[in-house]
Design a protein around this ligand. Structure first.
Ligand code: SF4
Ligand code: SF4
Length: 384
């Protein structure tokens, strides 16, 4: 039912007697949220989806069946996996009312993957059952370049239709705008950024769409968030796995998206990804080209964190450090800026002429600047 696992990863599977049950042998490392109080019951046996810790409305779930302990510095849960769990949960229709929906979000530790750091339970609670507001279902994701709309429509269509009806029944006065299956929509960065998506689809200024998100006039659900909602509501799968897009950059600087899908378990070691690729990649970064790249040795990739990681870029050789040259007035930054925020003025020293309320921090101006000027840094200085 779910996207096929990557070949490299599938090879590590060991099938047990029951063909529906599979095991992955290994250690999983999950950070303990700062400031949380840890019970002294560790080491202890845990089962997949069990709450290991709840702190400030956030939960740490056991990603596998096994024995969980704490690292000596108490900064990580270390889970030694020793059991198995079903990887083929069937679709199971279930009726939800609002309290049951919130409870399910909470139980599955679901987060909005479009608006940072918001548990879905808290997010949905901002919207009254009987209030009028807009619900927007976007086929794109804020952080992901993978096609979740296609995955959902191909593998989870019944669940998607059930959820759509559920939203309408729980929020009868809300206006639902569903942009799935709109063939004229193509993904291109920054279409996944919620305020930009709303700006494009509803022809409203970015400032207004940003306010509508902050002020909870719009309940925004991107495709990756919807994917995990469907998994929890109709397949009973908690948020313990997430897709990781893998970008590959060769010696000449050409970038490709690795075609295999990596649907990884929280806390899983990432070293197997570069180890199973044909070319030798030496350098890695968790940032995309639109962000400030912080390269590291592939040996330091560490463990997958579903709350922070959504892509990695692997380089055959260290990307050349950007050298800044003088602005040549080519105006490429302004031409490519999707919101006409006038970023060139930041370089000209006319900060007040930069339309900071229009800026969605997409990083495009920096990527296209032929002089290698880090406009993104200048923006950070003015956008609080
Ligand atoms: S100024 Fe740069 S970062 Fe801001 S929206 Fe325009 S292109 Fe994106
Ligand atoms: S793209 Fe770079 S060089 Fe061209 S006008 Fe903008 S800041 Fe200047």
């Amino acid at each position: 039912m779910f996207p096929r696992l990557p070949r490299a990863f599938a090879r590590k599977f060991h099938k047990t007697e029951n063909k529906k049950e599979r095991t992955i042998q290994g250690q999983f490392l999950i950070p303990v949220p700062a400031g949380s109080v840890i019970s002294d019951s560790y080491p202890t046996r845990v089962t997949h989806g069990q709450v290991m810790l709840a702190h400030n409305g956030k939960k740490v779930l056991a990603p596998v069946n096994g024995v969980a302990s704490l690292t000596p510095d108490q900064k990580y849960f270390q889970i030694k996996q020793d059991g198995s769990w079903s990887t083929t949960s069937p679709y199971h229709f279930r009726q939800y009312d609002f309290p049951a929906l919130l409870e399910s979000f909470d139980e599955g530790a679901l987060y909005s993957l479009d608006l940072m750091e918001i548990p879905l339970k808290d997010y949905f609670q901002k919207f009254g059952k009987d209030s009028s507001f807009k619900i927007v279902l976007s086929p794109f994701c804020r952080y992901q370049h993978l096609n979740f709309e296609e995955m959902i429509l191909r593998d989870m269509k019944d669940a998607y239709l059930s959820f759509y009806e559920l939203l309408k029944s729980i929020f009868p006065k809300a206006e639902v705008s569903n942009f799935f299956e709109v063939t004229s929509l193509d993904f291109k960065h920054p279409n996944g950024i919620p305020e930009f998506f709303l700006h494009k689809q509803f022809h409203e200024p970015v400032e207004k769409t940003r306010k509508s998100l902050i002020g909870h006039e719009v309940l925004f659900l991107g495709a990756e968030t919807i994917f995990h909602i469907l998994r929890k509501l109709y397949y009973n799968e908690p948020f313990t796995k997430r897709h990781l897009a893998v970008f590959l950059v060769d010696r000449k600087g050409r970038m490709d998206l690795e075609p295999r899908q990596f649907f990884l378990t929280n806390g899983q070691a990432l070293a197997f990804i570069p180890a199973n690729l044909d070319k030798r990649y030496k350098i890695a970064s968790f940032e995309t080209v639109f962000e400030e790249v912080k390269p590291m040795d592939v040996g330091s990739l560490g463990y997958f964190n579903i709350y922070e990681h959504y892509s990695i870029t692997l380089y055959e050789k260290l990307p050349a450090a950007r050298k800044e040259f003088s602005c040549i007035d080519c105006m490429e930054c302004n031409n490519y800026c999707p919101t006409h925020a006038n970023p060139v003025q930041l370089i000209k020293g006319k900060v007040e002429e930069f339309e900071k309320s229009q800026c969605i921090s997409c990083g495009i101006c920096t990527v296209y600047c032929p002089s290698g000027i880090d406009i993104r840094k200048r923006i950070e200085g003015v956008v609080v």
